[in-house]
Ligand binder design. Structure first.
Ligand code: UD1
Length: 432
């Protein structure tokens, strides 16, 4: 039988969220552990033969993907509700298979700890992704500075440490850009190296600070994480540890924006407000009141007016909240300008927001948004994790019922998003 193109009705049968918009939210949303921290902390288990117990692990497909990669290399993994125990006592190889690595960019994080502990690693190059090319040249330059031999052959990064001891040597590493991944790779490679390593122009993101804090609990000697220069004094071995992952600042930010776009008051907890400083400032600038306590934030939106946003490395405005914040600005009074400075192709949500009635002019990586009084529901598709989140937020505010596709992206980074939102009054149905 010749294949026929799927009809529109069949297409909409793809997994999607059905979201009834224009509803007020109220109550408290519990924030999960940070995906980007949890992923890298999991790879740090490769640095020791002792047990690592990580608490506050979010229930996400990316976490399951990383679990599979670690298991494929011989790590013993036990997972309960939001806790994971990892033991790399019997690592049997240092080259995770392409099928597992493909699609989970964070899998490249394994290269640093594998080189530090075993002196060798072969990791398939993470591909580009929809939001941009996402090179790993800074990771490779850093590892080379520590004495590794690194070649890229047939799409695989092959790295090894020459010499009998197979031990890396501390060195000065100056990153060309403050890459989060490169900082974490060099940090994990350097903790078991011989001597002192410095990372200059280091990423200052909270996830880097979280990794350094956990490595120190394991017996590493890391100073300065959270600032532009990190100093690592190599040690001979690391021990196991019990460690709790920080709350996810991007998830918390997404729910605060959900409150603002629906003009509803909600509380998010637990959070570390200092991880969200610029986002909170922008929420205030556009008309929201905030009650900030030690680890909770209550948002009380007023009339929402325009504000300009430029994404920057931490402590600047996070690129991962650019799409969700743009959804909010489509409903703000006045003209806002959003400029994306981290990724070259992170504006895919613009066309989908336009389908919901948003008025946006796109010039390269700059979007000029004229707020409209209300969005209207439509079937929309998110092209990546955060643009799908932006579609969910726009749908919560829109008049009518929207269908949001792209759940394969959403489930990578948001744990039970529809349950969390329904618990505070949203009407979201998952159709698989
Ligand atoms: C991490 C986050 C991701 C977030 C990003 C920026 C994880 C798992 N993911 O990704 O959610 O969007 O930080 O906050 O933690 N770059 C180079 N050369 C390199 C490496 C990076 O030019 O060798 C550039 C990238 O193209 C990009 C910028 O640096 O423009 C930031 O990338 P990076 O900080 O490395 O992001 P990730 O660590 O991949």
């Amino acid at each position: 039988m010749p294949k026929v193109a799927a009809t529109t009705a069949e297409k909409i049968k793809r997994p999607h969220l059905e979201i009834k918009g224009d509803t007020l939210l109220s109550g408290e949303i519990k924030i999960s552990g940070a995906k980007n921290s949890a992923l890298v902390l999991m790879t740090a288990s490769l640095l020791t033969d002792e047990v690592i117990i990580l608490k506050n692990i979010p229930d996400l497909t990316d976490i399951s993907g990383m679990e599979e990669i670690l298991v494929s290399m011989g790590v013993t993994v036990r997972r309960t509700a939001n806790e994971i125990s990892l033991q790399g006592a019997n690592l049997n190889h240092s080259n995770p298979p392409y099928e597992l690595v493909n699609g989970l960019r964070a899998s490249f994080f394994c290269i640093g700890p594998l080189l530090g502990r075993l002196g060798q690693a072969k990791i398939p190059l993470p591909g580009g992704c929809r939001i941009g090319a996402r090179p790993v040249i800074e990771h490779i330059k850093g590892l080379k500075a520590l004495g590794a031999l690194v070649n890229v052959e047939h799409g695989v990064v092959k790295a090894s440490v020459p010499g009998i001891s197979r031990r890396l040597n501390g060195a000065q590493v100056v990153l060309d850009c403050p890459s989060v991944g490169a900082t974490e790779t060099v940090l994990m490679a350097a903790v078991l190296a011989n001597g002192i390593t410095t990372i200059e122009n280091a990423a200052q993101e909270p996830e880097v600070q979280d990794l350094a804090a956990m490595l120190n609990v394991m017996g590493a000697r890391v100073k300065g994480a959270g600032g532009p220069k990190i100093t690592i004094e190599g040690v001979d071995r690391l021990n196991g540890c019990n460690y709790t992952v920080i709350p996810d600042r991007i998830e918390a930010g997404t729910f605060l924006i959900a409150a603002a776009i629906t003009r509803s008051s909600i509380t998010v907890a637990p959070v570390m407000p200092e991880h969200l400083s610029v986002v909170l400032k922008k929420l205030k600038d556009c008309g929201c009141s905030l009650e900030i306590k030690k680890n909770t934030i209550k948002i009380i939106p007023g009339e929402i007016c325009s504000v300009d946003i430029t994404t920057q490395p931490f402590p600047g405005f996070p690129t991962d909240l650019q799409a969700p914040f743009m959804a909010l600005l489509t409903t703000a009074k006045g003209t806002s300008v959003v400029t994306e400075k981290i990724y070259e192709n992170r504006m895919q949500h613009v066309a989908e927001l336009q389908r919901m009635g948003a008025s946006i002019r796109l010039q390269g990586s700059t979007a000029v948004i004229e707020g409209v009084p209300q969005l209207s529901a439509a079937p929309v598709t998110g092209g990546d994790l955060r643009s799908t989140a932006a579609m969910v937020l726009a749908s919560l505010a829109a008049r009518g019922t929207s269908q949001v596709e792209g759940l394969q992206h959403l489930d990578r980074g948001y744990s039970s998003i529809e349950t969390k939102l329904n618990n505070v009054g949203a009407h979201i149905l998952r159709n698989e």
